[in-house]
Design a protein around this ligand. Structure first.
Ligand code: NAP
Length: 482
């Protein structure tokens, strides 16, 4: 199958932090793939910007190595990679002073789309925005891409929004949540809004509950001290899980345009019932035979930061009142797996008698691994002896359905090209980010005030006991993390 490629004009893309981990591991390999696919027209330029005393040759060598390391098995051919590297250049710029900004201005063209990717620590987002304004680098065709974390809480997110708004129109600001660029996450919208099948059942009359799981088997590893200042609520729930919840719960937008979609997502966040700190489960993984504990990895023996969160969330609107959404995410869990499971209610009456075994219909959308969908349905078990029922899976893996050779692009491939095209649909709007912080802040604040220890959980388990209880109390069960 040939992907439909929407052509773009030559552009200038400046990557602040072009020598950093994210740029080398994700952004530049993603751009190389787009280049090899013919989506980056001749004449486009990618400019790395950082403080390191490099010249263009040194930067190209660095990125050549990064491509070798990170492009993986389906890497574009050597010739494409070389031509891509030839489109790279480097300018030494210090975001925190005036050094290098005039050189950067000299390296840019006036009449093309100009994108600045802020792939630097969050403390530099504001200063870079201010310097772009001060050095007259902002043209009508300028866009900025702001990495996560977007603020640490509502107050800092609001302050950052105000700083950005002083120099850029909202239509120029692309707040990236790479989760939204994942093909399977976009598929949530396709499944819901391109099929008539699900929408009539998509409400509290027919849906018993929804489970959203984003589980990782890795611990915090080398990110320990950074992670410990954040925790699972800030690192995962406020952005990724909240976005998944929005895509599942939102009303159909009237069209697939950025503000139509984002308006509907915002309405969901605004309709979320508050959750108290005491109701939210948080956990920390302990040590295993071959793995260190959370406390050891973050090098803070008395840390109260959570590596796991589980929440029961209600949505107060006509569609969802009475259907709980259970959210959980954590590190060092049994496996790396993300899925959304929609469990439907039982039929109002069984014609097969009281004793007939019954399993609710469940629609599972697997985000990773083995992206796909499963619908559990009841059928008759073959054979004589009456009507015995059995639940079976209608199972579809996207790889099988689309063909093994179908390349599923990395989220960054999609998102960066959307920036160049000027399509903000998969980026968070300022009010959305603030609303998400406004909902999570009181929980985090309550935890801070209570100052009690998160529950412990075994490494490679399915999380702390309290999380199981969160479901048991409602007569429900988490799906197994496989
Ligand atoms: P990193 O490896 O520490 O890289 C930081 C980059 O910023 C380096 O290129 C550094 O180069 C540059 N830099 C630092 N101070 C600067 C200054 N004053 N002026 C200009 N450049 C400066 O960080 P990272 O992991 O790439 O993360 C970058 C951003 O992406 C962060 O906001 C992070 O939260 C976010 N993010 C990262 C990941 C990931 O997987 N790494 C995932 C999601 C989000 P010099 O020191 O040479 O200046």
């Amino acid at each position: 199958m040939v992907a439909r490629v929407i052509p773009v004009d030559p552009f200038d893309l400046v990557i602040f932090g072009g020598t950093g981990d994210l740029a080398r591991r994700k952004i530049l390999p993603a751009l190389c793939r787009r280049f090899a696919d013919g989506q980056m027209p001749e004449g486009s330029r990618i400019i790395g910007a950082a403080r390191a005393a490099l010249d263009t040759d040194g930067f190209r060598q660095m990125i050549r190595k990064a491509l070798d390391e990170f492009l993986g098995e389906d890497a574009p051919d050597a010739d494409s990679q070389s031509r891509f590297v030839d489109a790279l250049s480097y300018v030494k710029v210090d975001a925190a002073s005036d050094d290098g900004w005039a050189d950067l201005r000299g390296a840019l063209r006036e009449d093309v789309v100009r994108a600045f990717y802020f792939s630097v620590g969050p403390s530099l987002f504001g200063p870079i925005a201010a310097q772009l304004g001060a050095f007259n680098l902002v043209t009508p065709e300028t866009r900025i891409v702001v990495e996560k974390p977007f603020g640490h809480d509502l107050e800092t997110a609001r302050a950052l929004n105000q700083t950005l708004a002083a120099h850029f129109d909202e239509t120029q600001i692309y707040r990236i949540d790479h989760y939204l660029g994942k093909e399977t996450v976009q598929n949530l919208m396709a499944v819901r809004f391109a099929n008539i099948l699900f929408e009539p059942l998509w409400n509290s009359r027919f849906v018993d509950h929804v489970q959203i799981t984003v589980a990782e088997s890795v611990g915090v590893g080398g990110r320990g001290p950074y992670y410990d200042k954040s925790g699972a609520m800030r690192d995962m729930v406020q952005n990724h899980l909240m976005q998944l919840l929005c895509l599942i719960a939102m009303e159909p937008p009237h069209c697939f345009e950025p503000d139509a979609v984002r308006d509907e997502k915002l309405k969901v966040i605004n309709a979320l019932d508050p959750v108290s700190a005491g109701e939210a489960v948080r956990g920390q993984y302990t040590a295993g035979p071959n793995s260190a504990s959370y406390l050891t990895e973050v090098e803070t023996p008395d840390s109260l930061t959570e590596s796991y969160v589980a929440l029961k969330v209600g949505i107060s609107n006509w569609r969802w009142k009475g259907t709980p959404f259970y959210l959980r995410t954590g590190k060092r869990l049994r496996s790396r797996s993300s899925e959304i499971a929609i469990t439907f209610r039982d039929p109002p009456h069984s014609i097969f008698g009281e004793g007939a075994p019954w399993r609710a219909n469940v629609l599972v959308i697997r985000l990773q691994p083995d992206e796909g969908m499963t619908l559990r349905v009841m059928i008759k078990e073959p054979g004589p002896g009456g009507m015995r029922l059995k639940d079976v899976a209608l199972d579809m893996s996207f790889a099988d359905a689309l063909g093994e050779d179908m390349h599923i692009p990395d989220a960054y491939e999609r998102l960066i090209m959307d920036v160049i095209r000027g399509n903000q649909t998969l980026f968070m709007r300022g009010d959305e980010v603030e609303a998400a912080w406004a909902w999570t802040d009181p929980i985090i604040d309550g935890w801070r005030k209570a100052a009690d220890k998160p529950s412990e959980y075994d490494p490679f388990s399915s999380g702390p006991e309290d999380a199981l209880m969160l479901m048991h109390r409602d007569g429900r069960k988490w799906r197994e993390i496989r």
